[in-house]
Design a binder for this molecule. Structure first.
Ligand SMILES: O=P(O)(O)O[C@H]1O[C@H](CO)[C@@H](O)[C@H]1O
Length: 313
C-alpha cells in the first residue's frame, strides 16, 4: 500500500510540470540575460568611461556621488530596461566620473526586493558594472543596530553577512548558472575583502573616527516591515550586529563575478529588543536624517580609502 502511494506520486502530469518548471527557468534565464545586455548596451551608448570601481549608495547616503569629479549623471529612467527607484533617499541616478582619480560608476540609489523586484533584478546592476569593467565594489547601507553597544551614527565595516533573504529561497543566483559571470557554486568564505577591511579600519583611525567606527556582521531581511522584538533577539543571537533590507544579495552576485567587495553599514537607529517597549519605533525619516547627519564622514572615509587604492585599481 505504501509502495503504491509512493508510486502514485509519479504521474505523467507531475513529470510534465517538472519539465515545464525547468523550461520556465530556462526562459526566465534568457530574459535575465537579454535584460542585462540591454541595460549594459544602453549605459555604454551614453559614456566612454571605463570604470574600475563601483559604488552603491544606501538610504540617505547618495551624497557620496557628489564627490565624483567630472560627473556624468544618467537618470535610471534614461537607461533602457533599468527599473525605477521608488524609495525616498534613493535618487535613481547612475553617476560616472572620477573618485580620487579612479574611474568610478556610482549608483545613487539601489533596488530593493521589497519594491517588488525579483532577486536577480535587484542585483542586475552589479552584473552591468562587471560587464563595463568594474573589479572592485564598495557598498553602503543604512541599518538598524542589533548590537546594543552600537549608537546611532556609528559606521560599521561589514566583515560578514547573513543573507536571510537568500536563505528563504529568494537568492539572486537561483536558475541556470551563467558561467560567463562565475561558477554554479560560488564560495562565500570571505565575502568582504580582508585587505580592504583592514585598510578601512586603519584609515578610519587616521581620520580620527575611532569613536564611531565598528566592525561586524550585517543581516539582510526582505523588509519592508521593520523587525519585531522577538525577530531582533533571534537575529542578534545568531551573530548579527546590524540589520537592513539590502546589500547581501548584491555582494553575493559581486563575489560570484569575482569582484573584491568592501561594505559599510551606517547605524541609523538602535533596534528595540524589549517587548512592549515605550521607546520610539523606527521610521524611514529617522533613518534618512541620521544617515544624512553622518554622511560627510563616511564620504571622507570612502574617498580617502579609494585615494590609497588608486594605483592598484
Ligand atoms: O539598505 P538601504 O538601501 O541603505 O536602506 C535601509 O533603509 C530602508 C529602511 O528605512 C531600507 O531600504 C533599508 O534597507
Amino acid at each position: 500500500m505504501a509502495a503504491m502511494s509512493l508510486l502514485s506520486f509519479e504521474t505523467p502530469e507531475r513529470r510534465r510540470s517538472s519539465v515545464n518548471l525547468a523550461e520556465m527557468h530556462r526562459k526566465v534565464s534568457q530574459i535575465e540575460h537579454d535584460e542585462i545586455q540591454k541595460v549594459t548596451s544602453s549605459v555604454l551608448e551614453k559614456t566612454n568611461l571605463c570604470p574600475k570601481l563601483g559604488i552603491i549608495c544606501g538610504s540617505g547616503l547618495g551624497g557620496l556621488a557628489n564627490e565624483i569629479k567630472d560627473p556624468q549623471v544618467i537618470p535610471y529612467a534614461e537607461i533602457e530596461g533599468f527599473p525605477k527607484c521608488t524609495v525616498q533617499g534613493h535618487a535613481g541616478n547612475l553617476v560616472l566620473g572620477y573618485l580620487s582619480g579612479v574611474p568610478t560608476v556610482c549608483m545613487q540609489g539601489r533596488l530593493h526586493f521589497y519594491e517588488g523586484h525579483p532577486a536577480w533584478l535587484v542585483t542586475m546592476p552589479i552584473r552591468m558594472m562587471k560587464l563595463i569593467g568594474v573589479e572592485t565594489l564598495i557598498v553602503t547601507n543604512a541599518a538598524g543596530g542589533l548590537n546594543q553597544d552600537y549608537k546611532s551614527g556609528d559606521v560599521m565595516v561589514i566583515k560578514d553577512h547573513i543573507n536571510m533573504v537568500g536563505m528563504t529561497g529568494h537568492h539572486p543566483l537561483v536558475g541556470p548558472n551563467d558561467d560567463k559571470f562565475g561558477p554554479r557554486f560560488p564560495a562565500m568564505t570571505v565575502p568582504y575583502d580582508r585587505e580592504l577591511r583592514h585598510l578601512a579600519l586603519q584609515t578610519a583611525e587616521e581620520l580620527g573616527f575611532s569613536s564611531f567606527i565598528r566592525e561586524g556582521v550585517y543581516l539582510s531581511l526582505s523588509g519592508p516591515s521593520y523587525e519585531t522584538p522577538s525577530e531582533s533577539i533571534f537575529m542578534r543571537s545568531i551573530g548579527a550586529d546590524t540589520v537592513g533590507m539590502s546589500t547581501a544579495p548584491e555582494v553575493v552576485v559581486a563575489r560570484h563575478a569575482g569582484m573584491r567587495v568592501l561594505g559599510f553599514s551606517m547605524v541609523t537607529n538602535v533596534v528595540i529588543l524589549e517587548l512592549d517597549s515605550d521607546a520610539i519605533p523606527p521610521t524611514h525619516q529617522e533613518v534618512m536624517d541620521t544617515a544624512n547627519a553622518r554622511a560627510k564622514d563616511l564620504q571622507l572615509l570612502v574617498k580617502t580609502i579609494v585615494g590609497k587604492l588608486a594605483s592598484t585599481l
